[in-house]
Design a protein around this ligand. Structure first.
Ligand code: GLC
Ligand code: GLC
Length: 831
């Protein structure tokens, strides 16, 4: 059966075009990239917030509602007796045409009905605390039209959590002001708050509403506001209950005539001594300035052009031309876009993350970094310092920190023993991209305590030491609360459903629980660390002070030696105690029993350790990597990607924790956790198996899934989701938790550095592709440290790996590293 399609890619415009509003799940986009953010679905649902989706929520949203995705910025158009919305919802009046275009930080929704077209462009201009909604109304008919247009936004009482809970207070606090066409929301402004929001339109209005019940009617739905149905605004003034903002505008259009209405939903903060312009009246000066900046079509169009230019610049840093549209559109547009969104949001706000949950993850943030470091390296630098500042003196670290305060989160604490290694991973990626070794001399505190500062390099060192100092009986890393897999809780032993698996520890002392995933991660990042030390020795020798981060050439060589030994020992430990015969074990449990072994009945094999130990190349010469990769292919792979473990656990195992609490085939219990598929893919490239790598890669590449499974897959076809239901699930192939996932960065890292093979390195770009034999030629343009490299890779014989020769500007170079040079360069790579 051929599946129904709900949309298609428009690569020239960098858009995904949705042609049916009834998508299998709301397909959303993100507006804003700095301070002011909005989520917007294909029917204009969603909400806005300033910086923090929990503490500064501007408009209200109800999760998990019935129907799904109710609430958003709605325009009601009343044309005679027909009321419709350009985005179909909430009235769901059948439209004559509908289209939603999600682009880079903007969305355009166009609907038409009875000879009237309404097209609304939504975006947050650069450096602006406001969402612009530019509505263009067009009379396509042969008669004059007299339309009644109502806008609608519902305010959130700032704190998204208490807004949903504390009704005894909330229903009495709401306050608004009205001035001309601007409707202000100023709840709690009198006391500690110094901020307000507003919703305005660049024309005179013929009425308004600011009280939800007056506008909608207590027993009505968003689909049937009484004021709209009657075509009469109530001119209501909210006191408590639920403040809203709705403009009423009468628009007459001659045949063929069109008119723009520009709405602006903005946010303002005032200085403490400039809060009021008169007793109880908010000082609106900044709002006026903001409104002035976007009150004409010309000004808005200019701001929109600037936003597009911003994205041109970000996306021009790495582009590929391969002749395969499905690859090119992911690499050039959507994968990079998703990485930036994940950087902005971390794991906070999506249609699966409520924005009131967790803070920023230590490991998550380090991994996200490889997805955007080439685009905004200065923000990556700051992120690394922020993350490292939540480390403890013994190298352990807070598992999460709060973005507003940047403090470690005490509720969760530390003890996730993979965390420290990720700091190496992120920092090395930053230095390789930028060549900025000075970051290692930055003085960074422990647990944000002033006076405790040491160099960032010292933080890296203690990160490595943390693993070495926490080895178990097999000289493998102790797992702690969990490693990357938050749900493999080997020291938890919880029988109480009210306990958190991540923070409960009922058997801490004397644990023998060791992780093969951390072992592989340690070897990979340990090798990186050794290479970094050697590079630092060189840099120190060349610097006129003779030191870097306070250490001399000799110190770095000694440190490199020390860590190489630890890496070698770990390598041996994995081969001796971690090899199960056909693949790598996953772990030893509290008692020292094997997990992820052929001896087990369920959970015989896990993906994480196959991925990391093959990325590390452990046992490559002896053929262990090839075996582990074959086993992964055989046992973990299915039509939709590779599952996390196999077979799935069918009962709860107290000694394993959360993983065994999930139904089979979902989440960490044998779901396709897309995040870790790239680890095996990279492992395949290390082993030189380009066809296998490509095969695994395209199974979870959104553009390939888009072509086949829009209905089954359910979630947005232009981005990766965290999890796709695995082969043991009731409905394999169904995607969940889209947008905010480490998958984005890993997909990017995999395709850019390991498949296309353009790897930033200390001295230049290292070229080392690993390709499917069908790939005969492609071009990459890569901007890198002031140079621009046009790289043509030729592979006439269809080789999977191995560079024969590289010429730069016509001259053959030694080895595979293109040295850094300013200006434009032509590079030809022969496989
Ligand atoms: C989630 C978490 C991440 C964790 C993963 C696997 O994506 O954000 O930190 O590693 O789940 O449990
Ligand atoms: C749950 C999820 C896991 C996530 C964790 C965050 O355990 O299964 O993916 O990392 O919550 O705390």
């Amino acid at each position: 059966m051929v599946e129904k399609k709900y949309g298609h890619f428009d690569d020239a415009n960098r858009e995904y075009v949705i042609t049916d509003p009834k998508t299998p799940w709301p397909w959303i986009n993100y507006l804003g990239n700095e301070d002011f953010f909005s989520l917007i679905s294909n029917t204009a649902g969603g909400y806005s917030f300033y910086k923090d989706a929990k503490f500064r929520r501007l408009t209200r949203y109800r999760y998990n509602g019935v129907p799904m995705d109710n609430g958003g910025r709605y325009f009601y158009i009343k044309d005679g007796d027909t009321v419709w919305n350009p985005g179909w919802k909430p009235c769901k009046t059948p439209l004559d045409s509908y289209e939603c275009r999600h682009g880079m930080n903007y969305t355009r929704i166009t609907g038409s009905k009875n000879g009237v077209e309404a097209s609304v462009l939504f975006f947050v201009p650069l450096h602006t605390w406001a969402e612009v909604q530019k509505m263009t109304l067009k009379n396509l008919s042969h008669e004059a039209k007299a339309l009644k247009v109502f806008s609608f936004a519902e305010w959130c009482l700032w704190n998204a959590a208490t807004d949903m809970e504390n009704f005894q207070r909330n229903f009495s606090t709401g306050e608004v002001e009205i001035e001309g066409s601007t409707l202000y929301h100023k709840t709690e402004y009198r006391e500690r708050r110094n901020h307000y929001a507003f919703y305005t339109v660049n024309t005179e209005i013929q009425g308004y509403d600011t009280d939800r019940e007056s506008f909608i009617g207590l027993y009505n739905e968003f689909a049937e506001p009484e004021a709209v149905l009657e075509g009469k605004p109530r001119n209501s003034f909210a006191h408590g209950w639920s403040p809203i903002a709705s403009h009423y505008i009468e628009v007459t259009l001659k045949p063929g005539e069109s008119r723009d209405l520009i709405f602006l939903l903005g946010y303002v903060e005032n200085e403490q001594d400039k809060k009021f312009s008169a007793k109880k009246v908010i000082n609106k000066e900044k709002a006026h300035q903001l409104i002035n900046k976007f009150d004409t079509t010309e000004k808005v169009d200019a701001a929109f052009a600037e936003l597009n230019q911003y994205w041109d610049n970000l996306l021009n840093i790495f582009t590929v031309k391969s002749g395969n549209d499905k690859l090119d559109r992911m690499v050039n547009i959507w994968n990079q876009y998703q990485c930036m969104i994940t950087f902005c949001m971390s794991r906070s706000a999506s249609f699966f993350e409520s924005g009131i949950g967790r803070g920023m993850g230590f490991r998550d943030s380090n991994q996200d970094l490889v997805g955007f470091v080439h685009q905004i390296p200065t923000r990556a630098r700051q992120r690394i310092i922020d993350i490292a500042s939540t480390q403890f003196p013994d190298g352990g670290c807070y598992h999460q920190y709060q973005p507003l305060t940047k403090r470690g989160n005490n509720d969760i604490g530390g003890g996730f023993n993979d965390d420290p290694c990720w700091l190496i991973f992120g920092t090395v990626a930053y230095i390789k991209e930028t060549g900025d070794f000075s970051i290692l001399s930055e003085q960074v505190p422990f647990d944000n305590q002033p006076g405790s500062e040491v160099s960032l390099f010292e933080h890296l060192k203690i990160s490595m030491n943390h693993v070495i100092n926490n080895l178990g009986p097999h000289k493998l890393p102790l797992i702690g609360r969990a490693d990357w897999n938050d749900c493999l809780n080997l020291n938890c032993f919880s029988w109480d459903p009210n306990e958190s698996f991540q923070t409960t520890e009922n058997k801490g002392e004397g644990s023998k629980a060791e992780s093969l995933m951390i072992a592989g991660l340690f070897v990979v990042t340990g090798k990186d660390y050794v290479a970094l030390c050697k590079q630092l020795a060189k840099e120190a020798a060349n610097s006129h002070e003779g030191t870097i981060a306070g250490l001399a050439e000799e110190d770095y060589l000694v440190e490199a030696e020390r860590m190489q030994q630890a890496v070698d020992e770990m390598n041996e430990a994995v081969k001796q105690h971690g090899w199960d015969g056909e693949w790598v074990l996953r772990a030893y449990d509290f008692f020292g029993n094997k997990i992820g072994s052929n001896e087990n009945e369920e959970g015989k094999i896990f993906i994480e350790s196959q991925g990391w130990c093959t990325m590390a190349g452990i046992g490559l010469e002896e053929g262990l990597c090839a075996k582990a990769l074959d086993s992964a292919k055989e046992r973990l792979e299915c039509e939709h990607g590779m599952v996390l473990n196999n077979p799935a656990y069918t009962t709860y195992h107290v000694e394993m924790g959360e993983i065994s609490s999930y139904p089979e085939g979902y989440k960490e219990n044998a779901g396709i956790f897309c995040h870790n598929n790239p680890w095996v893919i990279i492992g395949e490239t290390v082993a030189g198996r380009g066809n296998d790598a490509w095969n695994h890669y395209t199974k979870i590449l959104p553009s390939y899934v888009e072509e086949k499974y829009q209905t089954l897959h359910k979630v947005e076809p232009y981005v990766n989701c965290q999890m796709v239901a695995g082969k043991d699930a009731a409905k394999p192939g169904e995607g969940k938790n889209s947008w905010l996932t480490g998958t984005a960065a890993w997909m990017w890292y995999t395709v850019s550095e390991f498949i296309l093979g353009i790897k930033p390195d200390y001295e230049g770009l290292n070229i080392d592709p690993c390709l499917p034999s069908t790939a005969h030629e492609y071009e990459v343009t890569r901007k890198f440290r002031g140079g621009e490299y046009h790289i043509i890779v030729k592979n006439p014989e269809g080789r999977e790996k191995g560079v024969k020769q590289i010429t730069v500007d016509g001259k053959t170079i030694d080895g595979t590293i293109i040295p850094c040079q300013k200006g434009k360069h032509e590079v030809i790579v022969e496989m």
